[in-house]
Design a binder for this molecule. Structure first.
Ligand code: NAD
Ligand code: FES
Length: 279
């Protein structure tokens, strides 16, 4: 059982839960995730470990409330207990040891970029983060990333930082040269746009993929992705891959397959047919 120690709303539909998990707080590495089992009978949800405090024995989970299970999770309050957290899962991020890295975070994907930037900063790598959201209230982890290097904020409507997509700022920075590697995490179209920028420039680009996961152990095949024309399981072979080799169209198709089920579950929840209400 894992006690929720703190809860913070980061954006209109993104919540941070700091949860007691001393072993995970000590051993987690950048890029790794956990599978959270809120309560008996609840769906298991894969979530990145966005931050950890080994002294307090806590990890930070960042949840975008998009369907029934994530809404149930963010409805929990400090003092309540999560039944199970399995992990750390997945391969740690391939961190360079020197040079200059560009970290691109789109929306809630910025929470996944944060531990990568932390890991790079610890190695002594110079980190420039470009993070974006629809408008000011959707930008997350800005202050945390500013502790780790330079930050450029972009909003679609120009309400904070510069106006436009993160890819526009990334294009300018990459064109100026001097970037050794790019880490990009966010909506699939954003990651695809970033790799389309870096491919002709020959800048190695790592993306974090978010296919639907079920068991998180490589057994169910739910999270299969195609990379370099081969099938991989994001939960055990990833979730990070060489962006220049990823089949983004295939990933989008598979994500679309589950949307109808999620909509039905959300509708049932909204009509009062689920155990925990919407908040
Ligand atoms: P969003 O749609 O609000 O976009 C956030 C930012 O990404 C935008 O402000 C823009 O700067 C950039 N962006 C979006 N579309 C782009 C495009 N076509 N070209 C260039 N830049 C673009 O993001 P959100 O609502 O926070 O996230 C939604 C999606 O992100 C969900 O589908 C979710 O599954 C996915 N996601 C992915 C990961 C991952 O590990 N890759 C993690 C969390 C969430
Ligand atoms: Fe089942 Fe990856 S989640 S194989």
């Amino acid at each position: 059982m894992h006690e929720i120690i703190a809860k913070q709303g980061l954006s209109p539909n993104v919540t941070r839960l700091d949860v007691k998990a001393p072993r995970l707080a000590k051993i987690r590495q950048a890029g790794q995730f956990v599978i959270v089992h809120r309560a008996e009978g609840a769906e298991r949800i894969p979530l990145t470990i966005a931050d950890a405090d080994p002294e307090k024995g806590t990890i930070a989970l960042v949840i975008q409330a998009v369907g029934k299970s994530t809404r149930d999770l963010v409805a929990m309050e400090p003092g309540e207990f999560i039944t199970g957290i399995a992990g750390p899962l997945g391969k740690p991020t391939e961190l360079i040891e020197k040079g200059r890295a560009l970290c691109v975070g789109g929306g809630v994907g910025t929470a996944v970029v944060h531990p990568i930037a932390q890991g790079l900063h610890r190695q002594g790598v110079s980190v420039h983060s470009i993070i974006g959201g629809r408008s000011k209230e959707w930008v997350i982890f800005e202050q945390e990333l500013r502790q780790l290097g330079e930050v450029t904020v972009c909003t679609d409507d120009g309400s904070h930082g510069r106006k436009g997509f993160v890819t526009e700022a990334a294009k300018e920075l990459l064109s100026a040269g001097g970037i050794d590697i790019v880490y990009a995490v966010g909506p699939v179209p954003m990651m695809r746009a970033v790799v389309n920028l870096t491919r002709p420039m020959g800048v190695h680009t790592i993306v974090s993929l978010n296919p639907v996961m079920v068991d998180g152990t490589g057994m169910c095949g739910g999270c299969r992705v195609t990379v370099d024309n081969q099938t991989f399981f994001a939960c055990v072979d990833g979730p990070e891959f060489d962006g220049h080799l990823v089949d983004f169209e295939g990933l989008m198709d598979r994500l679309g397959t589950y949307r109808e089920f999620e909509q039905r579950a959300t509708h049932a929840c909204e009509s009062g047919q689920c155990k925990v209400g919407l908040h």
